[in-house]
Design a protein around this ligand. Structure first.
Ligand code: DGT
Ligand code: CA
Length: 573
């Protein structure tokens, strides 16, 4: 728990109390406590541990207890309760830079404004100008503030944020006095979408590093600049980049802390306390000690110190990984290099750009043993679906290409549309000519959950079908997935030896991590498919691997982590 978080909670409480029109002395007390804690040079946790909180100016018994509660639980009951009494939108208005609680209260009381949208409307329409003390400049500030709040509430696809963060990281690493730098936060945990980019830097000269970093070419705007933390907005996507500089002796602890998740950190801290230690972003300390343990510098060694296996960042969500690490039962997560091939690639026969022989060469370059070229089926006209004659031609070409490529085998396949009534878009004689059949829903998303489930169940029961592609049809940022009855589908897929796809396209990542894990528990195999429509997109396989790791998947759970022989046997059913 850092000083800033504790201070932040107190300052928020002060704001909420002000909106509620509460006693001004109470409000000031919380404000003052917030300011004092924020400005402390010592770690608030150390003071709490040494029971010296009450020596701070303005901190009495009540506030000292509240600080203890925040450190212990990560939050404050009273704060949670207070938040409940104020509309969500009003609290959101409080996050607009430069807009104080008194003004927010004025807007709420006199104009009933309780959301960003209503506030924006009132500013644009001039309604707020009727209120006392509001000037032209206030209007402009509010509109800019709203834009800022909206931007920071937005999430960005991993497929966009990760390559961007890697570019920025390389630039930061090249800065003088930077001894090491790592990506932290949700990006390091490889979440499918992230809010911002967290970078952690090791340096003995934070001032020089911060001075240089704010001048790097990716920086569009500097939000805040300090010695331990600097926030900037980058140019390409307007994402916030938080840069933190730590001492090398703290690096492991800081990396754990800023990688999170918050829930993981809280659980780890509780475990440390039980063992007589405390862990925070500065290090691991024996209780009553101010000198950190040497292992604080190294993430791996901190896990070892607490008798745990090293927990991969992707698992750090407090969903059983700490318990598994203590019991030495963590899964052996798959890695990109465990992937033997791609099970979902489109060629120029349908809507892809690459020819069959391009695809074979592209797969060989990646070291693959096989690639399933699955073009769309006849009914999907807009995606260039193949009629049976074209299918025969394609299969002939695949045979030829395979003769010329010894290292890789192209598997002939189709991504067969599942009609609204659950029937497939090719007759059995066409389906039986493929090495691999993927079935998928491409339309009729408005059907009920029962109907959609029935369609997928019917496809699973067809003896030709090996894989169900992008099972929920979601396109992040565009549409949520349709609802399906997972339990029912898992059961039928297991009974009929059908795998579910983890589509690796960054907008899809479908099945998601949570359902991959549930599928594994239900005994279902997962197929990784890049859904490539060009050779470059073959690289998207890595996003599927990240999700698979977050879903606790191991080699045996994933069809294309099996060598060719085993896969072909499985496909024959
Ligand atoms: P995001 O940015 O919403 O995609 O997700 P994160 O996990 O990157 O969250 P962020 O950027 O707010 O914070 C980075 C890490 O810092 C987070 O994963 C865990 C740690 N952290 C932040 N706030 C707290 C806190 O209040 N308590 C604890 N224990 N850890 C925190
Ligand atoms: Ca973050």
């Amino acid at each position: 728990m850092d000083n800033k978080t504790v201070a932040g909670i107190f300052k928020e409480i002060a704001k909420i109390l002000e909106i509620k029109g509460e006693n001004v002395f109470r409000i000031r007390a919380y404000e003052k406590a917030g300011r004092i804690i924020e400005g402390l040079s010592e770690d608030i946790e150390t003071l709490a541990e040494n029971d010296t909180l009450r020596e701070l100016p303005g901190i009495g018994k009540d506030l000292a207890e509240k600080i203890q509660e925040i450190i212990k639980t990560g939050t404050l009951k009273k704060y949670q309760e207070l938040k409940k009494g104020v509309p969500e939108g009003v609290l959101e208005m409080l996050t607009i830079p430069g807009l104080g609680p008194r003004t927010v209260k004025l807007f709420y009381d006199s104009l009933g404004i309780d959301s960003l949208a209503k506030l924006e409307e009132a500013v644009r329409g001039g309604a707020i100008m009727t209120l006392p003390g509001i000037r032209e400049k206030t209007q402009k500030n509010i509109l800019e503030g709203i834009a800022h709040v909206r931007q920071s509430a937005k999430t960005t696809l991993l497929g966009v944020a990760l390559p961007l963060a890697e570019k920025i990281l390389a630039k930061v690493k090249a800065v003088k006095y930077v001894a090491a730098a790592e990506i932290a936060g949700s990006l390091r945990r490889r979440k499918e979408t992230v809010k911002d980019i967290d970078l952690l830097v090791v340096s003995k000269k934070p001032k020089a590093v911060m001075d240089e970093c704010v001048g790097l070419d990716f920086v569009k705007q500097v939000q805040a600049k300090g010695l331990t933390k600097t926030s900037v907005i980058e140019r390409e996507h307007g994402l916030q980049v938080d840069l933190r500089v730590v001492d090398k002796d703290s690096f492991g602890a800081a990396l754990i802390y800023f990688t999170g998740s918050k829930a993981f950190n809280i659980k780890l801290r509780q475990l440390a306390i039980k063992r007589g230690y405390k862990i925070n972003e500065y290090g691991v300390f024996a209780q009553e000690e101010t000198k950190k343990e040497k292992i604080s510098r190294d993430e791996e060694r901190i896990f070892g110190f607490f008798d745990m296996q090293h927990i991969a960042p992707e698992l750090r969500e407090d969903t059983g990984e700490i318990e598994a690490a203590l019991a030495k039962h963590l899964p052996r997560l798959i890695r990109l290099k465990d992937v033997y091939g791609d099970l979902h690639v489109h060629s120029e026969y349908s809507d892809g750009k690459a020819s069959i022989s391009d695809i074979a060469a592209g797969g060989e370059a990646l070291g693959y043993e096989y690639i399933a070229v699955v073009d769309h089926s006849q009914g999907l006209k807009i995606a260039g679906g193949l009629d049976p004659a074209q299918v025969r031609k394609k299969i002939d070409e695949i045979k030829k290409v395979n003769r010329n490529h010894k290292k890789i085998q192209i598997l002939s396949g189709a991504e067969v549309d599942i009609h609204s009534d659950g029937t497939l878009d090719y007759p059995p004689d066409v389906l039986s000519g493929f090495d691999v059949v993927i079935a998928a829903i491409h339309g009729g998303f408005k059907q009920t959950k029962t109907q959609l489930t029935k369609r997928i169940v019917a496809a699973c029961k067809d003896k030709h079908v090996n894989i169900i592609a992008h099972p929920t049809g979601r396109l992040m940022g565009l549409r949520p997935g349709y609802e399906i009855d997972y339990k029912e589908i898992f059961k039928v897929a297991a009974d009929y030896q059908v795998a579910l796809e983890l589509n690796c396209f960054p907008q899809r990542l479908d099945l998601d991590d949570i359902h991959c894990r549930a599928a594994k528990t239900a005994g279902i195999k997962i197929a990784l498919g890049s859904d490539s429509h060009s050779l470059r997109q073959l690289q998207n396989m890595k996003y599927g691997v990240f999700v698979a790791r977050r879903g606790w998947l191991e080699k045996e759970d994933i069809l294309n982590c099996w060598p060719k022989g085993e896969l072909l046997k499985w496909l024959k059913k």
